[in-house]
Design a protein around this ligand. Structure first.
Ligand code: SF4
Length: 84
């Protein structure tokens, strides 16, 4: 089952590991990590913590492995995702 949505909880330490694992989805800024607008159905870029916007198109399937790798590699476990 593909991943439906991805978001970042509070506490990101801007380590860059997620952007290295999956640059299509994760964009590390000065103080947190964002979910890129290009892969979001709502076309906005932020943590997606409040909106919980779904992933656009079939990104939840095509990038599934990289998203899981990023979430498992986050040292403070703030990358959260839900399946469809
Ligand atoms: S891996 Fe986790 S702590 Fe590191 S930048 Fe990404 S969300 Fe932040």
């Amino acid at each position: 089952m593909p991943i439906a949505r991805v978001w970042i909880e509070d506490g990101c330490i801007v380590c860059n590991a997620c952007e290295t694992a999956c640059p299509e989805v994760f964009h590390v800024t000065e103080d947190t990590c964002h979910i890129r607008a290009a892969v979001r159905a709502d076309g906005k870029e932020d943590t997606n913590r409040d909106a919980r916007a779904p992933l656009a198109d079939d990104y939840g399937a095509t990038l599934e492995e990289q998203i899981i790798e990023a979430a498992e590699g986050c040292p403070v476990e703030v990358i959260k995702y839900e399946r469809a």
